[in-house]
Design a protein around this ligand. Structure first.
Ligand SMILES: O=C[C@H](O)[C@@H](O)CC(=O)C(=O)O
Ligand SMILES: [Zn+2]
Length: 282
């Protein structure tokens, strides 16, 4: 079953800067992604990125006609590519008859043209949780499993600045070709809470953050907005934030956490960021 997909319109910063907290959440926070037995999808008008979560339990969850209809094609991936990272127990994805064993923290890339996709859990008592992104694709690149050990690992930050973290690049041009999608996972080390500070923007690409591994009573204060007009969103476990091209995206947790970042847009140069000087943040 797919929950009725919802659409998020693109918002100009002139409008965003007039919103109160409730409206800011309504536009930029996706609160419900991981619902047992459901596939939950949000269609965004930021580079047409689709943000979805699938938690298969007793029966597999198939990508159905509602998502194809949402993007106006015969199947969801007729003109799109898809990337996912499993943040739950062992999972299994079947794509046009090929079965991919997607273990915890493994990623899967499905290229343009794959007609049928179904998500399953190996053990329904410890279900897989697939965090899924899809964006328009101009070419058909081969589908591929990218295991945790195949990702490019970068060690960032320092304990002194409370931002010691390990970044793993899964969908990245040096790992495999994709059209637009870039995806990776950043995990904060115990005692570190800040991600992506100093902050940056990249007008060329949108970004989505999916926060997970937060203790039940912990939150991430996620900061967004133009560098000179920052706002915050209180984010809980397994919620996602949409970052428009004009927005910084960074956060501080009340405990350590992990998040999946993903981008789509004009280029795939991970390092193409406009860093914001600390003195310019307001
Ligand atoms: O454009 C890149 C993204 O914001 C993230 O990769 C940043 C991140 O994961 C981190 O600093 O930990
Ligand atoms: Zn970024």
């Amino acid at each position: 079953m797919t929950e009725t997909p919802t659409t998020r319109q693109a918002v100009h910063y002139e409008q965003a800067e007039m919103l109160d907290g409730d409206d800011l959440r309504r536009h930029f926070l996706i609160e419900q992604l991981m619902v047992p037995g459901r596939l939950t999808a949000t269609y965004t008008h930021y580079d047409r990125m689709l943000v979805a979560g699938a938690v298969p339990t007793d029966a597999p969850l198939a990508v159905g006609e509602d998502l194809a209809k949402l993007v106006g094609s015969a199947t969801l991936l007729e003109r799109r590519e898809l990337g996912l990272i499993n943040v739950g127990g062992a999972g299994r994805v079947t794509a046009d008859g090929t079965v991919y064993e997607v273990g915890p923290q493994d990623a899967l890339y499905l290229g343009r043209g794959i007609a049928s996709v179904a998500f399953a859990s190996v053990d329904p008592a410890n279900p897989a949780k697939f965090y899924i992104n899809s964006s328009p694709a101009h070419a058909a690149h081969p589908s591929r499993l990218v295991t945790k050990s195949q990702a490019i690992v970068k060690e960032l930050g320092a304990p002194e600045t409370s931002n010691r973290r390990t970044l793993s690049q899964y969908l990245h041009p040096e790992v495999l070709p994709t059209c637009q999608l870039l995806m990776g996972l950043t995990r904060l080390h115990s005692g570190s809470v800040w991600n992506t500070m100093p902050a940056h923007t990249h007008d060329r690409r949108m970004e989505a953050y999916f926060y997970f591994e937060l203790p039940a009573d912990a939150v991430v204060m996620h900061f967004m907005g133009r560098p000179e007009a920052t706002r915050h969103l209180v984010v809980r476990n397994e919620q996602a934030v949409l970052s428009p091209p004009w927005s910084i995206h960074c956060g501080a947790g009340t405990a350590a956490y992990a998040f999946i970042w993903s981008m789509a847009g004009d280029n795939q140069a991970f390092t193409d960021m406009d860093f914001v000087a600390m003195s310019d943040l307001l």
